[in-house]
Write a protein that binds this ligand. Structure first.
Ligand code: PEP
Ligand code: MN
Length: 349
């Protein structure tokens, strides 16, 4: 908190303010400038506010200044960048994590087939939406709890931990019963009630960047989650809105090193939702790893032409294998461990 004083403030008036601040356990630092004098306060801001300092003789203005995000900031963890564990899988600075799966859970068969495709290519986490936040209310909205049950069955069969989106605070507990990681989508990045609810759920969180959000707003959103007790947060850049129409969104690759400078949280890239086109997923993924991302999250589908959601960006089995090989090669160049799963066809008997 900072107090700006009138030019003609007297020594007695300053002394009275300092005494009041100290009486509630704070410290006051008086800085006398040529044209103005300010007092910087350190201590419990809530208690300072109870003093009702503005309006006192000699005071022009009282400004509350506090860091916009603290728990997720780099300063909060000087020992280095964090690694987040999701169902035994690490996401962080040492490795390159491949998350793959269908945009939406449609049927048990489609989900299982997508999961085997993901696993065969070396992905270590399965993605898939049971609750789909669609721009149109007439578009497929997801299977809800039925979709979550399918994901849990597919996890049991393939061993892949599951990350899935939650869109409403009242569903958080239920989604957390099925999921290994809760996803907050781009459209909900500033749904603060939802952020607080996932922060209390006891599960790691994948926080997508709002398509219109600045990096600072994104980190403040992460702080809402952290403040409720969850520091297992992975950030995911998924493209932002610009004037460009050739791609669905514009992948902001700069966000990765900028975030890594400001925050200790791992950061991934979603090349599927940023480009919106299958042919862009591989080049954008290469860019992701080259710029230092901790992994990529991609849409896959066994029959993209039949997909109920985002078919044009879904990879097929061969595309995913090629992507995985490229990621592994780049991971080594970047001094990281590749995702490192054996790349054979793992479909059971
Ligand atoms: C998704 O990953 O399924 C999704 C809807 O992504 P986004 O929130 O980034 O659009
Ligand atoms: Mn999608």
């Amino acid at each position: 908190m900072v107090i700006v004083l009138t030019p003609d403030v007297t020594a007695e008036e300053i002394e009275a303010i300092v005494e009041e601040v100290e009486s509630v356990g704070g410290s006051a630092f008086v800085s006398r400038g040529v044209s103005r004098t300010i007092i910087g306060l350190i201590g419990d801001v809530e208690r300072f506010e109870l003093l009702n300092l503005s309006g006192r003789p000699g005071i022009v203005q009282v400004t509350r200044i506090s860091a916009k995000y603290k728990l997720v900031s780099r300063e909060h963890r000087p020992e280095g960048r964090s690694t987040v564990e999701v169902g035994g899988v690490s996401i962080g600075p040492d490795t390159t994590t491949l998350v793959a799966g269908p945009c939406a859970v449609e049927t048990p068969e489609q989900t299982l087939e997508s999961a085997w495709m993901a696993k065969a290519a070396g992905a270590t986490l399965l993605r898939g939406g049971a609750f789909k936040p669609r721009s149109s209310p007439y578009a497929f909205q997801g299977l809800g709890e039925r979709g979550l049950k399918i994901l849990a069955d597919v996890r049991a069969e393939t061993g892949l931990p599951v990350v899935t989106e939650v869109v409403a605070p009242h569903d958080v507990e239920m989604v957390a019963e099925y999921a290994d990681m809760l996803q907050i989508g781009t459209r909900n990045m500033q749904n603060f009630g939802l952020l607080q609810a996932v922060g209390r759920a006891g599960k790691p969180v994948l926080l997508k960047r709002g398509m219109n959000a600045t990096i600072e707003e994104w980190l403040m959103a992460a702080e809402y989650i952290a403040q409720r007790g969850c520091l297992d947060i992975v950030l995911c850049e998924r493209g932002i809105r610009t004037f460009e129409t050739a791609t669905r969104n514009t992948l902001d690759v700069s966000a990765v090193p900028v975030v890594q400078h400001l925050s200790h949280l791992p950061v991934m890239i979603d090349p599927s939702h940023s480009g919106g086109r299958r042919d862009l997923v591989l080049p954008l993924s290469r860019a992701a790893i080259a710029v230092g991302a901790d992994g990529v999250l991609v849409d896959v589908h066994p029959h993209p032409e039949q997909a109920l959601c985002d078919g044009p960006q879904a990879l097929m089995a061969d595309d995913l294998q090629e992507l995985s090989r490229a990621l592994d090669g780049l991971a080594v160049l970047m001094g990281r461990r590749p995702a490192g799963r054996p790349r054979r066809h793992l479909r059971a008997g």
